[in-house]
Design a binder for this molecule. Sequence first.
Ligand SMILES: NC(=O)c1ccc[n+]([C@@H]2O[C@H](COP(=O)([O-])OP(=O)(O)OC[C@H]3O[C@@H](n4cnc5c(N)ncnc54)[C@H](OP(=O)(O)O)[C@@H]3O)[C@@H](O)[C@H]2O)c1
Length: 283
Amino acid sequence: MIFTFAKNFFKVYKEFRKISVVVVTGCTDGIGKEYAKELAKTKMNIVLISRTQSKLEKVAAEISEEFGVKTEIVRADFSNGQSIYEDISKHLKDKEIGVLVNNVGVMLPRPMKFGEASEFDIWSHVNVNVAAVLAMTKLVLPGMVSRHRGAIINLASIAGTHPLPLMGIYGATKAFIDDFSQALEWEYRSSGITVQTVNPSYVSTNMTSFSDLVHKQNPAVPTAATFVSHAIATIGYTCRTSGYWIHGIAKHTVENYCPKWLFMFAMYMWNLLLLHNLKENKE
Ligand SMILES: NC(=O)c1ccc[n+]([C@@H]2O[C@H](COP(=O)([O-])OP(=O)(O)OC[C@H]3O[C@@H](n4cnc5c(N)ncnc54)[C@H](OP(=O)(O)O)[C@@H]3O)[C@@H](O)[C@H]2O)c1
């Protein structure tokens, strides 16, 4: 973990809560939904950007009712690439974006070799995991720079630490986010902008639902609510975190004591095990 100077982000933002807005991508489920809920506790209004209209409406109503904030929904499918950002930009125009959570992400439906991945999966990884982080950051950054305040939270993954056989595309896109996000943090730390990279291990969400081994809740596989309640407390204190203490131990071990070949061998075997334990095979 790299520590920036300690500042309680939420105390700083209390002052601006009436004018600042939070934007969360991929927010109708899992980690993104919990970020939206936790950030709504600050009383900042929330812009929810995701793919499914009915789920957006439901989450927006839940958040408004529970936290008494305004919510706005923007339906966008990030797998469509560049064409969606004109509309998103219209929704964000004239708003003071205080926090952007670049959360939206996709993963292969199960471990597989590259050749087995569909064209759709390949382009989705590029458009959703990589391009969306760049394009959304590009949209909100000029306003944050001119106001000299703002926070951008980028969801990478422990999967990006070393190459990840049988989940190679996913791991590579998360390594991209990890690298980009750290560079962005260096570039804009003196502009009053908090950039945080979050590298979780397994969290029990739809993304991990293909196997009980990585979906069944236990201390190492928290619910999205538990994970985010820990991760959110680190904003302003650290610019790179796994977000959750057990994941922190795993990440520290993998980064500092595990040679790349050992990680790759272990993850190849682990992904083979996950393949043999697919839920669909058991049903
Ligand atoms: N879960 C983990 O173990 C884990 C670990 C490390 C990092 N992460 C990262 O954390 C982030 C969130 O993961 P999660 O587990 O919470 O995922 P999730 O449960 O699968 O939720 C993904 C959210 O993104 C939305 N979404 C998916 N594809 C989209 C698209 N093409 N356009 C717009 N919205 C889309 C989904 O909307 P719909 O409801 O319409 O599908 C849903 O709201 C991802 O970046 C992931 O890589 C997750």
